[in-house]
Design a binder for this molecule. Sequence first.
Ligand code: P1T
Length: 379
Amino acid sequence: MKFGTKAIHAGQEPDPATGAIMTPIYQTSTYWQKSPGDNKGFEYSRGTNPTRKALESCLAALENAKHGLAFSSGMGATDAVMKLLSPGDEVITGDDLYGGSYRIFTKIFSNYGIKFHFIDLNDAQNVKKYVNENTKLIWIETPTNPTMQIVDIESVAAIAKANNILLAVDNTFASPYLQNPIDLGADIVMHSVTKYLGGHSDVVMGALMLNDDELYKRLWFIYNACGATPGPMDSFLVLRGLKTLHLRMKAHCENGRQIAQFLKTHPRVEKIYWPGFTDHPNHDIAKKQMRDFGGMISIALKGADLNETFRIASSFKVFSLAESLGGVESLINHPVSMTHGSIPKAERDKVGVTDNLLRLSVGVEDVEDLLEDLKQALA
Ligand code: P1T
């Protein structure tokens, strides 16, 4: 099945009780058992729920994976992966990451004896320098949040495999429409479903997709034992959102391309981060592993201090100043004060997450209105 057909149908059959085309919202915490253990495969909704199960099958299909697990947030999904580790284990990850990922690594899991290496992943071979016998996991984001670095998934996967290390890829910025890390050798794909997968800024959710049966069993145990699983209503909303993922992504990419081109030569823009430009440092890798370049763009404003950056961030009329991304509506975000506030300034500055950086999540509105809004805000 091709992508759009899977987005609409995978994991979903007409309801056997009524023929309803749409998967019912099984708003129940528990299930009747004829005698103890004699049930229809559903016991308690923390572990299993039919609406969530349909969603998990669809999510797995979109990432060409065998298994899917939905969590009550992207951070819940990340937390579950980290709980595969033990004290003394080491993780190699990038130096540009969503602030919440950096925070859970440094403020939670570091306290449990896990060591994190935040390294430059623009050259995948750099990973080799940090591999030792304690390395158990490589965690990458690509494109990265917010500076759109591109990490060569296939090359990192080869290093991971050669050293018996798990590779997890946070595929939130690309979405499965643009990139499928499992096809490139990753073991686990993670998503903040809150973003493109949900697509309408009305749900917070996360997911893991993977192939290996043993790893799935371990992660399912954590998912059920720790309990950060989403409810049926949110599962339904994401199933509904997924049906237009392919259509939305095409529009995000097209609008993103036009806006990136407009901003590239704008006199107020000092630097622009978007992997579709041929002068992006890893454009060739982006071209190889992604089907298009997406709707996420960051810009550093020329000569703008924090006050001026705040003034510009607050002067949009169609873009909304807000955290998050990937919804149908365009958003603008100031990483330093919003999504990446928990990363120390010295670390942020190293990768270009500076006071004058703004991140755009280009929505699917008419692009002429978005361009007009940018023109007036940057005037
Ligand atoms: O917000 P949540 O669903 O828990 O997902 C966390 C997360 C994980 N990975 C990436 C790459 C992310 O961007 C996020 C969440 N990011 C934002 C809220 C943001 O505005 O960047």
